[in-house]
Design a protein around this ligand. Structure first.
Ligand SMILES: *[C@@H]1O[C@H](CO)[C@@H](O)[C@H](O)[C@H]1NC(C)=O
Ligand SMILES: *[C@@H]1O[C@H](CO)[C@@H](O)[C@H](O)[C@H]1NC(C)=O
Ligand SMILES: *[C@@H]1O[C@H](CO)[C@@H](O)[C@H](O)[C@H]1NC(C)=O
Ligand SMILES: *[C@@H]1O[C@H](CO)[C@@H](O)[C@H](O)[C@H]1NC(C)=O
Ligand SMILES: *[C@@H]1O[C@H](CO)[C@@H](O)[C@H](O)[C@H]1NC(C)=O
Ligand SMILES: *[C@@H]1O[C@H](CO)[C@@H](O)[C@H](O)[C@H]1NC(C)=O
Ligand SMILES: *[C@@H]1O[C@H](CO)[C@@H](O)[C@H](O)[C@H]1NC(C)=O
Ligand SMILES: *[C@@H]1O[C@H](CO)[C@@H](O)[C@H](O)[C@H]1NC(C)=O
Ligand SMILES: *[C@@H]1O[C@H](CO)[C@@H](O)[C@H](O)[C@H]1NC(C)=O
Ligand SMILES: [Cu+2]
Length: 587
């Protein structure tokens, strides 16, 4: 509960934010100092890694069309990058901040300036560290306001980022080392809302602080809900209230009324909350969901906050505070329905779904195993002779650790670093969602052997790409929030079970699908997306569950230059630091 920031250090670290107007668009400048900080929760003082003494970190508040300049000063003993999650980075792939994909990490003591434009995206995005698990505490919201100040809904009276995350007692660098060793047994201690564990957690009876949202009866508030957690999808509810969902991933949605929001890691959901209940106090709850057994089970994670009407006594006028009724933590269907009900808002000039498809990919997502010690044969089925890894089309991504893929591509020096043969289809079709693939089986043994490689997929400029992601039951039955850097894709449809082109293409929504940078691929189900390769560069594609990415559920798309300078990736900007400069390869 007591956040003990080192006082002397933090005084010097106050965010330096300035906005300089150039005509209509502004240049929004920040300095992010990344440093260690001791924080006490549940009677235990933990070292965490933060920006400018804040957890969550500072909000970037910009207007559509602005230029963002962030100088990151790394005061950790560990390298890191900052990724601007969901920012399209058109012709500015060099500023994407994906560690070892678009740049080598900023070394300890080093600094780096990210410069990019935020154009044509309005709503909520976020930023986070993109090397290792540090992103659990190094993250913050990006708020993008419309140019003319006009929303396609009544202007809200207030505007609040609601960042749902996790509190880890284990040191995040230690967590990373353990995951790199194939150890995935660690869990956070609690869910958090804006860094607060909430009053359901206590140490010797002293409750943790809760997020409090003060409201005035009759007013409407815009909640910008982001899942910054490493591990879980969350259900979010406020007792006695409903939400109108109006946006996701900085794209407007057709207004959708619901009493519960589902948010998977990497997703950002904008909702309106009207304070139209009898004045009082109401609990809000964020609850993690998880697949039922026989999947491995994790503890229940929950954080509770409060919506507090003005003019109500601190004791809620002596009345009990209503608590929202949450779904069972093992019931993932509310997530499936929530995502299935979202559509894009129709407005003039809206992006159109590409009518034709040039390239089709069908990508299976699941786990696999390698034999320890580089052996080729070993006992499988969760035996301790194996290391469990994650795969896309049976390739487990080998993350480079000394060089950056974009640089190698730009220099034409891919040899020994990556190949371009990421498969368009699973090499071996099987019943992807057969429950007998989940240990104790008995069918997984034949399918789980896999391998590590850095296999990428190259596309020509202006290619219409369709991807069907298929979540499998191989060794587990998790959902997979798939995030593509540098792009928004149309989510055409989702379904349960195995994707069947004959039956399921009929379900595709070409009329008003949502545009997202992250698609929640349902557990033992599929999701179909489509986009045009209009942004040249090297774009990371990965599951946003941190354990899945660490295990290899990732690849990258190379998008070639188009025919003109306006359709080509410019050379690295002057502030870009090549790998190898100042020891930039150290993770
Ligand atoms: C955190 O606490 C440890 C142990 O008490 C101490 O050595 C360290 O200097 C503290 N770090 C900061 C940033 O205050
Ligand atoms: C960003 O916008 C500025 C001002 O409009 C422009 O000069 C600059 O070229 C843009 N940068 C990129 C990478 O598009
Ligand atoms: C405090 O956290 C550390 C890990 O960071 C753990 O080893 C220790 O057991 C915790 N102590 C208590 C009292 O929970
Ligand atoms: C403290 O937490 C324990 C276990 O989570 C719970 O049983 C107890 O009721 C809590 N106490 C208070 C005062 O909230
Ligand atoms: C929308 O939600 C309702 C109620 O949860 C559900 O019955 C329906 O199937 C959902 N629609 C889609 C397309 O998923
Ligand atoms: C693996 O498990 C077996 C049986 O449970 C045990 O005997 C053996 O010591 C373990 N090996 C390692 C390397 O942990
Ligand atoms: C695939 O597995 C599922 C779940 O176990 C089962 O219901 C389905 O019938 C299987 N499909 C085929 C084609 O065998
Ligand atoms: C995955 O690749 C490995 C190694 O090439 C192979 O043995 C295995 O059969 C493949 N599994 C699947 C499901 O394609
Ligand atoms: C992209 O391709 C479409 C046809 O698929 C064509 O009409 C359009 O002019 C192309 N755009 C560019 C910028 O090359
Ligand atoms: Cu990301």
């Amino acid at each position: 509960m007591a956040a003990m920031a080192a006082p002397v250090l933090c005084m010097a670290l106050v965010a330096l934010a300035a906005a300089v107007s150039i005509g209509e668009a502004a240049v929004v400048e920040h300095t992010f100092v990344v440093h260690e900080m001791n924080v006490t929760h549940l009677c235990n003082t933990t070292k965490i890694y933060v920006v400018n003494g804040q957890f969550p970190g500072p909000t970037l508040d910009v207007t559509d069309g602005d230029t963002v300049v962030v100088r990151v000063a790394n005061r950790l003993d560990h390298g890191l990058t900052i990724h601007w999650h969901g920012v399209r980075q058109i012709r500015s792939c060099w500023a994407d901040g994906a560690g070892f994909v678009t740049e080598c990490p900023i070394p300890p003591g080093g600094d780096h300036t990210y410069r990019f434009n935020l154009t044509g995206q309005v709503g909520t995005l976020w930023w986070h560290a993109h090397v290792t698990c540090l992103r659990a505490t190094i993250n913050g919201a990006i708020v993008v306001r419309p140019k003319d100040g006009r929303y396609p809904f009544p202007a809200p009276a207030g505007d609040v980022p609601v960042l749902i995350g996790e509190w880890w007692q284990l040191d995040l660098l230690e967590l990373d080392r353990r995951m790199a060793d194939g150890n995935f047994d660690d869990n956070p201690l609690s869910a958090t809302i804006n860094g607060k564990l909430g009053d359901l957690s206590n140490c010797s009876g002293a409750p943790e602080e809760s997020l409090v949202l003060d409201v005035v009866r009759g007013e409407t508030y815009l909640l910008r809900i982001v899942n910054t957690a490493l591990f879980s999808e969350y259900y979010f509810k406020v007792a006695g209230h409903t939400f109108t969902v109006v946006g996701a991933d900085a794209n407007y949605l057709t207004p959708f009324e619901t009493d519960m929001v589902t948010v998977a890691p990497g997703e950002a959901i904008d909702v309106l909350l009207t304070a139209d209940a009898p004045p009082g106090h109401y609990h809000m709850v964020a609850l993690a969901n998880q697949p039922p057994e026989p999947d491995l089970q994790i503890p229940l994670f929950v954080s509770r906050g409060l919506v507090r009407y003005a003019g109500v006594r601190g004791d809620n006028n002596g009345l009990p505070v209503p608590v929202p009724l949450m779904p069972d933590q093992h019931n993932t269907m509310p997530s499936y329905y929530f995502h299935g009900n979202l559509t894009g808002l129709a407005y003039p000039g809206r992006h159109r779904v590409p009518a034709h498809v040039d390239e089709r990919l069908f990508v299976t997502l699941g786990l696999g195993s390698l034999c320890r010690g580089g052996r080729t044969a070993c006992k499988r089925r969760r035996s301790n002779e194996t290391i469990v890894v994650a795969t896309m089309n049976n390739v487990s991504f080998h993350h480079p650790t000394t060089t950056a893929l974009l640089e190698r591509y730009y220099d034409g020096a891919s040899e020994g670093v990556y190949t371009e043969d990421f498969p368009d289809n699973p090499p071996r079709p099987y019943n992807y969602t057969n429950r007998d693939l989940i240990p104790p089986g008995p069918l997984e043994e034949a399918l789980e052997p896999t391998f590590k490689a850095t296999k990428l997929r190259r596309f020509r400029y202006n290619t219409s790409v369709e991807i069907v992601f298929q979540s499998t039951a191989l060794l587990q039955s998790d959902s997979n929030p798939m995030h593509l850097h540098g792009y928004d894709f149309f989510v055409l449809a989702q379904g349960l079970g195995n994707f069947n082109p004959k039956r399921d293409v009929k379900k595709f929504n070409y009329h008003n699908p949502q545009l997202r940078n992250t698609v929640q691929v349902p557990r033992t189900g599929w999701a179909a997306v489509r986009f045009v390769t209009d942004n040249p560069g090297m774009w990371y594609l990965h599951c946003h569950f941190e354990f899945h990415i660490a295990m290899g559920m990732a690849t990258a798309f190379i998008v070639e230059n188009g025919p003109t300078p306006e359709t080509s990736l410019p050379p690295p900007p002057p502030e870009f630091k090549r790998c190898g400069a100042n020891g930039l390869t150290q993770p």
